[in-house]
Design a protein around this ligand. Structure first.
Ligand code: AIR
Length: 157
């Protein structure tokens, strides 16, 4: 009679931190979360302003076990840059068009000093921010790579 074999392997679901700078950024934040959920990812979704709650941001960045950050903000959008200053994990910035068509936020995210990069996607393009996070994680998790290939129509028959 064969014995049942129980696996002790813990299946870990990769986690992404999505941080928005204000409740007013919710629709972009939720768009990113929606895409990440479609890929079955765990999401740590927070509202923390780099300017209004710097200490809370500091402790969150240091304590989360998320593997990639997505930071969504408008105006003088320091959020992804400040996160990047506190971690070596990849940080993806999503600039929002709150004023000046989003150019202020875009430049805040793109123009990081050498050595502290933020991978910045297009203005209001939270969807691309989420897909880029999945692409980063797909380097480590082959099942995500499969899902990405399928979604993009790149999967061989
Ligand atoms: N923001 C919040 N703290 C620093 C910045 N740059 C951004 C938010 C939001 C905008 O300011 O990301 O896009 C307006 O925020 P609020 O709370 O005034 O609506």
């Amino acid at each position: 009679m064969p014995r049942a074999v129980y696996s002790t392997e813990v299946i870990s679901v990769p986690k992404v931190a999505v941080v928005i700078g204000s409740k007013s950024d919710s629709s972009a934040g939720e768009e990113a979360v929606g895409v990440l959920k479609e890929f079955g990812l765990d999401v740590d979704y927070r509202t923390i302003s780099a300017h209004r709650s710097p200490d809370e941001l500091d402790s969150f960045v240091k304590s989360t076990d998320a593997e990639v950050f997505i930071a969504v903000a408008g105006l003088s959008a320091a959020l992804p840059g400040v996160i990047a200053s506190k971690t070596t994990k990849p940080v993806i910035g999503v600039p929002l068009s709150v004023k000046l068509g989003g150019l202020d936020a875009l430049l805040s995210m793109v123009q990081m000093p050498p050595g502290v990069p933020v991978a910045t996607v297009g203005i209001d393009n939270a969807k691309n921010g989420a897909i880029l996070a999945v692409e980063v994680l797909a380097l480590k998790y082959p099942e995500l790579r499969e899902k990405l290939m399928e979604r993009r129509g790149l999967k061989r028959a």
